[in-house]
Design a protein. Structure first.
Length: 243
C-alpha cells in the first residue's frame, strides 16, 4: 500500500493482474526484443538478413593473426546475447533501474530474458552466473549493483550457482561511452581481478544491464578465462545495435 507496484516502462500503477509481469500490456508493445537477425558472436541486432556478424566482430575475426596462440583471441566471450534493443522507452526504464532504486525491475527483466533466451542459456550448459562487478565505493553509495540483481534472479530461475564476489572491480573508471576504443582498453587494464585462487566452474554466464561497446564484458571475461573458466557466455538486459 505504501509502495504500490508500478509499470517498468511508464511508471504508472499496475492492476492486480499485471503485478506478476511488472508491465502493462500496452507498454510491452513499446519495447523491442532483439529479433532473429543478430550478430552470431556478440548478439547485437543487425540490419540485413543473412549477415552473420556486426562490423566490430568482423574486424576482430579478421584481425586474428597473432603468432602466439594465447594472443590469438579476438574475444574472451564465447557468445553474447541481448534481450532488448537499447532504445526508445527502455532507456528510461534502465535509468530508473540503475539510479532510482527500482530493484523490482530485476524480476521483469529476468522474465524477459528467459522468454527470449531461455533455450539458449539451457543449451549453453552454464554452471554458474556472475554479475559484472561494480566498484565497491560506487556500490556502497548507490546501495546495490543492478547487474547483480538481474544475475541473482537468473541464477535462481535456472537453478545454478550464483557467484557475486568471484570478480572484483579494483578501481573506478570514467564512463566508457566518452572514450575511444584504445582509451577504453587502457582504462580497463587491471580494473578487474579474480578474488579466489581457482575457479571450479567451466561454463559461466556473465550478466550486465547494458551492453554498448563490450569493453567491460571482455575485461571481466578475460579474468574468468585466465582463472580456468573454459567458456564465458554473456547476457545483457539491453544491447545497442550492430549497424
Amino acid at each position: 500500500m505504501v509502495f504500490p507496484p508500478r509499470c517498468a516502462v511508464c511508471d504508472a500503477l499496475l492492476a492486480p493482474e499485471e503485478i506478476e509481469k511488472g508491465i502493462h500490456a500496452a507498454c510491452r508493445e513499446k519495447l523491442t526484443f532483439v529479433g532473429e537477425c543478430y550478430c552470431m558472436h556478440c548478439g547485437r541486432p543487425l540490419e540485413r538478413e543473412g549477415q552473420e556478424y556486426c562490423s566490430d566482430c568482423q574486424k576482430g575475426i579478421a584481425g586474428q593473426n597473432f603468432p602466439d596462440r594465447r594472443q590469438n583471441i579476438f574475444s574472451w566471450i564465447e557468445q553474447g546475447r541481448g534481450v532488448f534493443e537499447y532504445r526508445g522507452a527502455l532507456k528510461k526504464t534502465m535509468y530508473r533501474f540503475k539510479y532510482s532504486n527500482r530493484r523490482e525491475y530485476a524480476r521483469f527483466l529476468r522474465q524477459a530474458a528467459c522468454e527470449r533466451w531461455g533455450d539458449w542459456m539451457l543449451a549453453s550448459g552454464v554452471e554458474a552466473v556472475v554479475p559484472v562487478p561494480m566498484y565497491r565505493g560506487k556500490e556502497r553509495r548507490r546501495g546495490y549493483n543492478q547487474a547483480a540483481l538481474l544475475a541473482k534472479a537468473l541464477a535462481v530461475q535456472m537453478g545454478v550457482v550464483y557467484l557475486p564476489n568471484i570478480v572484483a572491480r579494483t578501481r573506478d573508471t570514467r564512463p566508457l561511452k566518452e572514450l575511444n576504443d584504445k582509451e577504453r582498453k587502457n582504462i580497463l587494464k587491471n580494473a578487474f581481478q579474480i578474488t579466489k585462487n581457482s575457479v571450479q566452474y567451466k561454463r559461466v554466464l556473465l550478466v550486465d544491464d547494458i551492453y554498448t561497446t563490450g569493453s567491460t564484458a571482455e575485461a571481466v571475461a578475460s579474468q574468468l578465462r585466465l582463472a580456468g573458466v573454459e567458456k564465458v557466455y554473456f547476457l545483457a538486459a539491453c544491447i545497442g545495435r550492430g549497424f
